[in-house]
Design a protein around this ligand. Structure first.
Ligand SMILES: [Zn+2]
Length: 291
């Protein structure tokens, strides 16, 4: 299918341009964004792969893809804008006459308001297991949407305002983030493959792409909580992220001090690599089990 590209100039002087790729036409419309945080490269990589792949497929409806949503942050390999220091995913719906970052947000928001579904691709660090992030506990329309993404886990977002998916969810739009392994300019090829399949599966479940529907439905979890340690020393992890644990499960140990336990039931999303840790620091993130 034909892939059209449109370029929006955000700032003439700084040469900030947002490139939007469009495959197909009509409804339903899905907007897929990558690189809202400039250094979260796995999402950018997958967004480009999707654009290539969908250009060769027959699409029912419209897929809008913005692989690099924050071009100058991407060029600088930074999470936030090198121009004004703002985090793009804190300023939605943006302001067309505001700061550089607010102007980018306003343009993306304009495209988002025209979409029926929003999927925003991010990275959660080098030691994290991929998960979908959404306010599924708050809204039925969001829960129904994320259950159509054939990836293993969904975590409830903190709901911090100014994020594209949060503002869109409050507007009644099905919206979510997918957090993947990667970040700081590094992409993770295995996670990218998993994510690509997940997005393709979502497009099939939304009838935008033809194909066999996956039977995989993600499992829903509550918000992320840090596992804080009360002593210091050399921490050694004993489990990998992406596993479900019980209250007494051992996460790792601090040499000469003892084991560190989960304390709550849930899904381990991130574990700190072997490192020297100080009292009060987080050694892992756990998404709380919900009944
Ligand atoms: Zn991010």
């Amino acid at each position: 299918m034909n892939c059209k590209v449109e370029e929006y100039i955000i700032d003439e002087f700084l040469q900030t341009k947002i490139k939007v790729y469009t495959i197909g036409e009509g409804k339903p419309k899905i907007l897929i964004t990558g690189g809202i945080h400039g250094d979260e490269t796995t999402g950018i990589y997958v967004a480009f792969k999707l654009k290539e792949y969908l250009s060769k497929r027959s699409v029912n409806g419209t897929v809008n893809i913005i692989p690099i949503s924050n071009p100058l942050a991407f060029r600088s390999r930074l999470r936030a804008s090198p121009v004004d220091g703002q985090d793009l995913n804190r300023v939605f719906p943006g302001n067309p006459s505001g700061s550089h970052t607010a102007k980018i947000a306003a343009k993306i928001w304009e495209i988002a308001t025209d979409a029926d579904y929003i999927l925003d691709l991010h990275c959660c660090g080098q030691t994290c297991y991929p998960y979908i992030l959404a306010i599924h506990e708050e809204y039925d329309h969001v829960r129904e949407y994320v259950l159509k993404i054939p990836l293993p886990y969904v975590v409830e977002s903190s709901g911090l305002r100014g994020q594209l998916f949060i503002e869109a969810s409050h507007q009644g739009k099905p919206a979510a983030i997918i957090e993947m392994t990667g970040g700081q300019g590094i992409y993770n090829p295995e996670t990218a493959e998993m994510l690509f399949k997940g997005v393709e599966g979502l497009l099939v479940n939304l009838n935008i792409l033809e194909g066999e529907k996956s039977s995989l439905k993600p499992k829903l979890f509550g918000k992320l909580k840090p596992i804080i340690i009360e002593s210091e020393g050399f921490f050694k992890p004993k489990i990998k992220p992406g596993v479900e644990v019980g209250e007494n499960s051992v996460i790792g140990e601090i040499e000469g001090v003892g084991e560190v336990k989960a304390k709550i039931e849930g899904l381990i999303c991130r574990v700190r690599p072997p490192s020297y840790v100080f009292k009060g620091e987080s050694i892992a993130s756990i998404a709380v089990k919900i009944s």
